[in-house]
Design a protein around this ligand. Structure first.
Ligand code: G1P
Length: 288
């Protein structure tokens, strides 16, 4: 089965949990160690074999476009100064020409609406979705894990992880069926249920492989939780129609849309970096 060629990145969100840092700066541009959060997401998609990145942006997000462009003055200066390592790092961050498509979500109508805005860029083929706030550090990139699961089942796959019962109202939560290793059959999914209504503690984390039929469901533009057009509701309508599974992915997930998760991501990823970890570990000791 063909790899997932296209991935959608909904990046129109306002980032209200990180104000005032995100008043003028897109939340996706906040740095974790030395690169913006969005760069981790694109690298993850590229590592899964994706060739086309569809960014659904909004007003105030043009810095993201600048980040993925060649910066001629910078590249030229680094080349003249023979700063080869810096130059290579910058080159690696820029996708090949034509690799990124931008479209705007003109109104904040919800995640389902944002994904629907990418329908023309995607066409009628299975595609990935990465929610950039969910930074996932894994040996095998999470999107590659999902793509492999999709190749096995031929259907829809969402990343899932167990969360504390008191946190179900923050997530889409699945009704699980039979399990097969890390794969679990998905029998239903509910957006942000209260703990007493949650069908399980298996929460949807921001990685999806979806079949193009999701667009037919999203086109109905029905409002769900919070009055928004929810991706979760469109997914629920494909249950029983197409193969649908949750994948208990391998790896650590950091919610970078939240102060605690963001700070943890910085510490965890810095401690994985051989060029930074030894000195940083010493620094941390002074604070604990
Ligand atoms: C979105 C989805 C939700 C999912 C979550 C993962 O919610 O609607 O189903 O569990 O991302 O991070 P949001 O965080 O945008 O409220």
């Amino acid at each position: 089965m063909a790899a997932i060629r296209k991935v959608v990145f909904p990046v129109a969100g306002l980032g209200t949990r990180m104000l005032p840092a995100t008043k003028a700066l897109p939340k996706e541009m906040l740095p974790v160690v030395d690169r913006p959060i969005i760069q981790y997401a694109l690298e993850e998609a590229a590592a899964a074999g994706c060739e086309e990145f569809v960014l659904v942006t909004g007003r105030g997000k043009t810095l993201i476009e600048d980040h993925f462009d060649r910066a001629y003055e910078l590249f030229d200066t680094l080349a003249r100064k023979e700063k080869r390592a810096d130059l290579e790092a910058l080159e690696a961050a820029v996708p090949p020409p034509g690799g990124i498509v931008y479209t705007r979500q003109q109104q904040p109508l919800g995640l389902g609406h944002a994904v629907w805005c990418a329908r023309h860029a995607i066409g009628r083929e299975p595609f990935g979705v990465i929610l950039v706030d969910d930074l996932i550090h894994a040996e095998t990139p999470c999107m590659a894990q999902l793509a492999a699961a999709h190749a096995r089942t031929g259907g829809n796959i969402v990343a899932v992880m167990e969360v504390p019962a008191e946190h179900t109202a923050r997530y889409g939560v699945i009704r699980p069926g039979a399990a097969d290793g890390r794969l679990v059959e998905l029998r239903g999914v509910v957006e942000k249920p209260r703990p007493e209504e949650a069908p399980s503690r298996l929460a949807v984390i921001g990685r999806y492989v979806l079949m193009p039929e999701i667009f037919d469901q999203l086109a109905r533009q029905e409002r769900g939780a919070g009055g928004e057009i929810q991706l979760t509701d469109a997914m629920a309508r494909l249950v029983g129609v197409q193969p649908f599974h949750g994948l208990r992915f391998e790896g650590r997930r950091f919610d970078c849309g939240d102060k605690q998760g963001y700070l943890e991501a910085i510490v965890a990823l810095a401690l994985e970096r051989p060029d930074i970890a030894p000195a940083f570990r010493e620094t941390l000791r002074r604070y604990t």
